[in-house]
Each structure stands twice: as C-alpha cells, then as structure tokens.
Design a protein around this ligand. Structure first.
Ligand SMILES: [Zn+2]
Length: 243
C-alpha cells in the first residue's frame, strides 16, 4: 500500500511538474500572441492537492435515463413518500463531485448499475447510500473481505472514522453492516487494483435532518475522508475516534 501511495504521489508530482513546465513554455510565447487566444489555448486543467488522482462516485440507486428509476429507501407519511434515498444520495453527490473537481481530482459520476463499473480503474470507487427510514442513527462503510485492495479500503474507512465523524458527529453503526454491503456488486466489478467502498451515510429516520437539510456537512466529511486517503500527509492530526 505504501508503495502504491508513493507511486501515485510521484505520478501526481510528475504531472504537476509537467504542467508547470508547459505553463512556463506557454508563458514565454504569450507576449507574442493576442492575449485572449493564448489564454484559451493554454488554460490548464484545475490544479490542486488532488491533481493526478481519479475518483468514482456512484450515486446509489440512480438509474440511467430511460431505465425504470429505483428510488431506494423511502420515508412515508400516510402512504405518500416524503423523502427518498435517491434524493439524499444525489444531494450529497451534487456537492461532493464539484468540490473534488475543484481540488484537481478527475471525477466520474456513476449510475448504480453503470456499465463503466466493469474493470473501472480509479484511485477510489465510493458508492453513496442512505439507510432505511427507521428511528436509528449512525453511519457505516464496508468493503469486500477478500478484496485485493483490502488494506487500502481499510485505510479509507479509517479516514471516514476520523473525518466523517468529525464533521457529521454521527457514530459508527457497526452492527448494521450487512452482506449487502460487504458483497456489494461494485466491489466485484471494478479493476483488481481499485479500492471499492460503500458508505451508508446515515439513517433516513434518525438522521433525516442532516441527510436532507445539511448535505454540505455530510459532503465535508466525505471530501475530507477522500483527501485523508489520497493525500494523508496534507491532513492535520485529529484525535482517535472514541470506540
Ligand atoms: Zn441504498
């Protein structure tokens, strides 16, 4: 894992170095060209702390246009759905994805049964879900117990336990991790070297307010967990989780 991180970091550093070199080169001829066209041609991709990294965010239950839309778990009042899991998953993804892009990461937004999952090669594949509308609170995440990237996935989950908890205040809900999470379809589809984790962000019953009214707080927890995983040395220390 350390070797992979170093290799990835070196790769990212190399890309940044090349971009800097290209900017230098472009800077030298900018004076001889009309400023507008020069700017248009040399506009670099967003450079930031996650430049050179790729992340896939799977929006739980989201179906391709034309397919029957699955909405996941629901909260109902008098037989009418008031909140759907799909809304929660999309609301968070809508904040997380542009924020990762602003940090320089290359981000792919995936459907639940996206064909691009097969052999997907990214630095992290993360699936966002919310748990059923019961009066419970807490979050949890799971990977495939036999994964080739088990250590990387445990590192990411350790980052969640620091940063997701730090931002959201939600507690780890270990005993509700099911086979549906450990044997989740995405884990088996991605490339062997792609870490794959499913996150249940909270319960739509007990955690409804934070899931639906404060998705930016959930997103802070997810983005910082991803940063902690991809660029651990950039993160300030946090106290160990309580349990
Ligand atoms: Zn779900």
């Amino acid at each position: 894992m350390t070797a992979i991180v170093i290799a990835v970091a070196l790769g990212a550093a190399l890309v940044q170095f090349r971009v800097i070199e290209m900017e230098r080169e472009s800077g030298s001829d900018r004076s001889q060209e009309p400023p507008d066209s020069a700017r248009a041609r040399h506009t670099p991709a967003v450079q930031g702390p996650l430049s050179g990294f790729s992340v896939a965010i799977l929006v739980g239950h989201w179906s391709e246009a034309g397919a029957v839309q699955d909405i996941g778990a629901v909260c109902e009042e008098n037989g009418v759905a008031t909140h759907t899991e799909l809304q929660a998953n999309q609301g968070v993804a809508d904040i997380v994805i542009p924020r990762l892009e602003e940090l320089g990461a290359r981000v792919t937004r995936l459907y639940e049964l996206d064909a691009r999952l097969n052999g997907l090669s990214v630095n992290l594949a993360l699936s966002l879900h919310a748990d059923s509308c019961i009066d419970a609170t807490g979050y949890k995440a799971a990977n495939l117990p036999t994964s080739l990237t088990w250590e990387a996935e445990r590192d990411f989950i350790a980052c969640l336990r620091h940063w997701y908890e730090h931002h959201t205040g939600l507690a780890w809900h270990a005993y509700s991790i099911t086979d549906n999470m450990t044997q989740y379809h995405m884990h088996a589809k991605v490339a062997g070297r792609t870490p794959s984790v499913i996150l249940e962000m909270g319960f739509m019953g007990g955690d409804q307010e934070i899931l639906f009214e404060r998705p930016e707080v959930i997103s802070d927890g997810i983005v910082d967990s991803i940063r902690c995983f991809l660029t651990p040395t950039d993160m300030p220390p946090l106290p160990e989780p309580s349990s």
